[in-house]
Design a protein around this ligand. Structure first.
Ligand SMILES: [Zn+2]
Length: 274
């Protein structure tokens, strides 16, 4: 969808409000203009409701891990990544970051809009992740949230509804968060990311990890582990993703720009410890 077509439908004002890049390009250089018609507050409200329900269901099932070394390790790594998120967008400093660890045999993780991270013990235990690999996973998921990829998918649904003749004159608001129609819910929680969005999340996520002092080269080993894993992969790491070979090539091409950031961050951390 080219943003230049939007004025025909919504006028120049909507165009100006709708097509921006949510993040700074950084060293990774992601600078694509995004179609963002539905309000961020609505998307965040829907995502937060779903996140709270997931946490409650896990709590009721006795599967919400709230203490212990695994939880502490994830919290520590996520906190370091979160501290660098404002480099890509200043308002991330105000996000109410949360992390839940769910005890389930799923190789999965996610980050909902506004910084709500979910992680499953299956990913940690079955892939025997190092700290650098955990940072690659969480960084990738945070990058989807920073880029507001879910909001983009919902905006496309709204546009398709208008183009399809639905009698809608305005996008759904935050007040409608609990009564959204199925296509919007599907777009936010079920529809896979496009290959383009996955490439963006890889690039920004790895830069985030490097800036936080985690080795971005670890993502190559993470990929090897995911490929070798017999059955369970991140649901988003399947057919609609770029092929593993393409993805690894893209990551390898980025590393010369990201490894120096990692080495700088690691040296700064070492200085602080002296
Ligand atoms: Zn992804």
């Amino acid at each position: 969808m080219r943003c230049a077509r939007i004025p025909v439908l919504f006028g120049m004002a909507a165009m100006a409000a709708g097509c921006v890049s949510t993040t700074e390009p950084g060293a990774a250089g992601v600078n694509r203009q995004q179609l963002l018609i539905v309000p961020a507050s609505m998307v965040e409200r829907v995502a937060t409701l779903q996140y709270e329900r997931r946490a409650l269901r896990a709590l009721e099932a006795g599967r919400l891990v709230r203490r212990g070394p695994e939880y502490a390790r994830l919290q520590r790594i996520a906190a370091r990544l979160e501290a660098h998120a404002p480099f890509f967008r200043a308002d991330a400093a105000e996000w109410q970051w949360q992390l839940i660890l769910i005890d389930a045999p799923l190789v999965n993780a996610s980050c909902a809009p506004g910084g709500k991270i979910s992680f499953y013990t299956g990913m940690l235990r079955q892939l025997h992740l190092s700290d650098d690999e955990i940072a690659a996973v969480i960084g990738h998921e945070i990058a989807h949230a920073l880029r507001e990829h879910g909001r983009e998918r919902m905006s496309l649904v709204f546009l398709q509804e208008v183009l399809g003749g639905k009698p809608r004159t305005a996008p759904p608001t935050e007040k409608e968060a609990e009564t959204l129609t199925e296509p919007f819910i599907h777009a936010l929680f079920v529809a896979p990311n496009t290959q383009r969005n996955e490439i963006e999340a890889d690039a920004i996520g790895l830069e985030l990890a490097a800036r936080a002092g985690y080795d971005p080269r670890a993502t190559l080993e993470l990929w090897r582990k995911l490929q070798a894993h017999p059955q369970q992969r991140l649901p988003e790491f399947n057919a609609t993703h770029p092929s593993a070979a393409t993805r690894v090539q893209d990551i390898e091409a980025l590393l010369p720009r990201l490894v120096p950031l990692y080495e700088e961050a690691r040296a700064a951390r070492a200085d602080r410890r002296v």
